[in-house]
Design a protein around this ligand. Structure first.
Ligand code: AMP
Length: 307
């Protein structure tokens, strides 16, 4: 089995300088899952299973979006109540989302149950979600290759001890630069990364820096990659999840210990796929992307780096 993802399935309302969207299909597991499936269809051929919860209001056409991407939805529960809602806004350079409202709804009482057929995937990816729910999924699975997680500032503020505990339990951590500084209480990003890697005893720490690209600390080696330069930013929501889902797909197709070269290739693939997500509201750009357009941008990115 390929990748198991646990995370949010959401209805997002987003305002950016490019316009607004109401009640669009979103959530960390949605973006992560669609991204993972895109790469699996075009590059690796593995599978992805989703663990999460939606409410009775979840539209059939949105379920179809997930199913037609080839996501295995056996672990997607439908509970009494409403689907998770997130409202956010972007200003200026759109570097960071301002959270206007979070309605946990069905996530408030969610107890993730990993289907028996998904308890031994190659990669377990805990997308952004309450750290104790991420922990529950880790407790029910045994990853063939590695475990990884993504998080957000909300959990650092309200659940830091649980977050540190689950970070200690995974092989690879993805966060953004502001969160790394917040966690380590150090403004210098490289110092903050070394401190966090030590505190969580992690082999691989990946820090997303928005339009400034990505920094990774892998077994003491630092990697730095730029973002794909773009003049066309509509809605950055889900970029981080797209990035992480792509990396999960890439890592699930490998074997043995993670090498620096494999990580670099994965980060490049993830960076390029994430660059599509911000070109339209919601999941539209990711869903409409075709293989040749992706390959073309990946090639242009490689040559920009001199590869
Ligand atoms: P990103 O822009 O990649 O950091 O992720 C944005 C996505 O995360 C949106 O689709 C939201 O629905 C989802 N999201 C926002 N807040 C939370 C939260 N507290 N827990 C889980 N998912 C969230």
């Amino acid at each position: 089995m390929g990748v198991l993802i646990v995370g949010s399935i959401a209805y997002d309302s987003v305002a950016s300088p490019a316009g607004t969207v109401e009640r669009a299909l979103g959530g960390s597991a949605t973006y992560g899952g669609l991204s993972c499936r895109f790469l699996q269809r075009h590059l690796t051929g593995h599978e992805t299973g989703l663990v999460g919860v939606v409410g009775k209001d979840f539209a059939e056409q949105d379920r179809q979006i997930l199913a037609s991407a080839g996501l295995d939805l056996e672990g997607l529960e439908t509970a009494d109540g409403e689907t998770f809602r997130w409202e956010g806004a972007y200003h200026g350079t759109m570097a960071e989302a301002e959270t206007k409202a979070t309605h946990l709804n069905v996530f408030e009482h969610f107890q993730p149950a990993v289907p028996a057929s998904w308890q031994q995937p190659n990669v377990v990816f805990c997308a952004n979600l309450h750290p104790s729910l991420q922990q529950q999924v880790l407790d029910q699975t045994r990853a063939g290759r590695l475990t990884m997680l993504d998080s957000m500032n909300l959990w650092i503020t309200i659940a830091k001890p649980a977050l540190i505990e689950v970070m200690r339990a995974v092989d690879l951590i993805i966060i953004n630069d502001g969160e790394a500084r917040m966690l380590s209480e150090d403004e210098n990003l490289v110092r903050a990364m070394h401190a966090l890697a030590r505190e969580t005893d992690t082999n691989t720490l990946i820090v997303k820096r928005g339009e400034h690209g990505v920094l990774a600390l892998h077994e003491g080696t630092l990697l730095a990659l730029p973002a794909v330069p773009t003049a066309h930013v509509v809605d950055p929501t889900g970029c981080g999840d797209t990035f992480a889902g792509a990396l999960a797909a890439h890592l699930a197709s490998g074997t043995g210990p993670l090498s620096t070269d494999e990580l670099r290739t994965g980060l490049m693939t993830a960076t390029v796929l994430a660059s599509f997500t911000l070109e339209a509201f919601g999941t539209t750009a990711l869903r409409e992307l075709d293989g040749p357009s992706f390959e073309q941008r990946l090639e242009a990115y490689r040559s920009m780096l001199g590869h």
